[in-house]
Design a binder for this molecule. Structure first.
Ligand SMILES: [Zn+2]
Length: 332
């Protein structure tokens, strides 16, 4: 929902929606707790035990093969090896076990969904983090690093996230800068479980806040290349016009040089960490101050780490970022 035009009717809809979202949020927190109970309460080691309805001795990840495209090379491996490599590539080693387990479940869900709707001909996923999920060959790291990542995968063997019975699009990113973004604001397609939520405690993230400085000449040139109709009058005060923001704090639209640009376009043009930015002009520079890093849709990795450090379980972390999604065993 945009905040730029906000009539009384829109305000009413907003209030009703917020009430619904809160309700869904509460329901999901409850269902996640229930799911955890179903999967066995955390043992003293803090592991999520195998789902009760899974067969005894079930080894889903170890028996499930996945085709992975690494550069031009097609590799086939079991899901455990793949997910261990994803954790090694996507998360700092220092993260808490519950954050790693939440990431393992999100990545398993993502990979299995990719297997159903792959963007690759011969493989379910590739190892490019900007396309699918990053992957580091577990054989290439030290045994202790490998064992640590594999422990999070084994502790969540076969667990996925579903909404309405379907595997969810379990997107994640580095850090939000305080609040995540709804999928519809970034990709134009809505998902009930990918809405804007608060994500506190990310201050330790390397790019919680950032600053990009662009010389004014370059600033004008890049905008002019994108839209030749921009006009920059002598008075700088007129260069920046109205700004509207998304519910997640990103820039939805910003008027620059008399023309409207989407926050996503501005992010791309100036290689910003995120669309959650402010812009100020000095005498000779445009200064973007950003919050967060990534598309900011789904689970914040540093937010998950903050929750884990605060004692939350992986089920609670996932319920927070993927509202209404259910933890469930994967099906063959
Ligand atoms: Zn890919």
């Amino acid at each position: 929902m945009k905040h730029a035009v906000f009539s009384a009717a829109a305000a009413l809809v907003f209030v009703v929606l917020m009430a619904m979202i809160q309700k869904i949020g509460l329901a999901s927190a409850k269902s996640a707790a229930a799911a955890e109970a179903q999967h066995g309460a955390p043992a003293e080691t803090g592991t999520v035990q195998a789902a009760q309805d899974a067969p005894e001795g079930r080894d889903y990840d170890g028996s499930h093969q996945i085709r992975v495209l690494q550069g031009e090379t097609l590799r086939e491996m079991d899901l455990r090896t793949y997910l261990t490599g994803v954790l090694l590539a996507e998360l700092p080693d220092s993260f808490a076990p519950e954050a790693k387990k939440a990431q393992a479940i999100a990545c398993r869900t993502y990979a299995l969904r990719c297997g159903l709707h792959s963007r690759h001909d011969r493989a379910a996923v590739c190892t490019d983090s900007t396309c699918c999920q990053g992957w580091t060959d577990p054989e290439s790291v030290s045994p202790s690093r490998r064992a640590d990542a594999e422990a999070a995968v084994r502790a969540t063997d076969g667990l996925v996230l579903r909404y309405g019975g379907e595997l969810i699009d379990a997107t994640f990113f580095s850090c939000s800068g305080g609040r995540t973004e709804a999928a519809v604001e970034v990709w134009g397609s809505d998902a009930p479980y990918l809405q804007a939520v608060d994500s506190p405690g990310e201050e330790q993230a390397p790019h919680d806040t950032d600053e990009i400085r662009v010389p004014l000449g370059e600033f004008q040139d890049r905008l002019r290349e994108e839209n030749p109709d921009v006009v920059f009058p002598p008075a700088q005060g007129a260069w920046i016009g109205a700004v509207s923001r998304t519910a997640g704090g990103g820039v939805d639209q910003i008027e620059l040089g008399g023309r409207a640009f989407s926050g996503r376009t501005v992010r791309r043009l100036f290689s910003l960490r995120s669309t959650a930015f402010t812009l100020t002009l000095t005498g000779d520079e445009a200064i973007f101050e950003t919050r967060g890093y990534g598309h900011r849709v789904g689970m914040s990795q540093y937010g998950a780490e903050a929750m884990a450090e605060a004692g939350k379980t992986c089920a609670e972390i996932l319920a927070w970022y993927y509202r209404g999604a259910q933890l469930a065993p994967a099906e063959d």
